[in-house]
Design a protein. Structure first.
Length: 181
């Protein structure tokens, strides 16, 4: 077990009460796919929907939960050409340009990364999804036009395999033999 895992578990044990832990355990495989997931989680853990939302917001503010977001399976939706587009733009402009790129309809996520010169000059990353490589390349061309002269170079790194994405996971608490009577 890594030091960061131990620190994360210690943080979770310090800041989460039994209701919080129950919420995390109930949602660690994702929110229920129903019209009102907060009520469904609340019914499972014995809290109101509003209390579930309030507690999850508090855990997010404390850094226990990084974000609550939909994570679509692009492959199952027919988007089988997925490419991380990487861009070399001026550092002073990267935040502003990143906000513009993130608004593009084909971009699922966009972020800044450090350069590793001289081998890796790219500092702006944007994930593109398409039904074909031609779709992804068309979207990259649109981003290149948007970035204009601010872009010195770019590449598209296509996915070669599917990586499983998971959120916060907690182990069920197991009583130690020394605590049993």
């Amino acid at each position: 077990m890594s030091d960061s895992t131990c620190r994360s578990e210690a943080l979770v044990d310090t800041v989460l009460d039994e209701h919080d832990r129950a919420i995390v355990l109930a949602t660690q495989s994702g929110l229920p796919l129903v019209s009102d997931p907060w009520t469904a989680v609340g019914q499972e853990v014995g809290l109101s929907a509003e209390e579930v939302r309030r507690r999850m917001q508090r855990m997010q503010e404390m850094g226990v939960i990084r974000r609550i977001a939909a994570v679509p399976n692009h492959y199952r939706l027919g988007y089988v050409a997925n490419g991380m587009s990487v861009w070399d733009v001026e550092d002073v402009d990267v935040d502003r340009l990143g906000r513009e790129v993130a608004r593009h309809p084909g971009v699922s996520h966009c972020y800044r990364r450090p350069r590793h010169l001289p081998e890796w000059p790219y500092n702006l990353f944007a994930m593109l999804h398409g039904r074909s490589r031609e779709d992804v390349e068309r979207q990259a061309d649109e981003l290149a036009a948007l970035l204009g002269g601010a872009c010195r170079d770019h590449r598209i790194l296509y996915s070669s395999r599917i990586l499983k994405k998971t959120g916060l996971r907690l182990a069920e608490r197991v009583e130690s033999s020394s605590s049993r009577t």
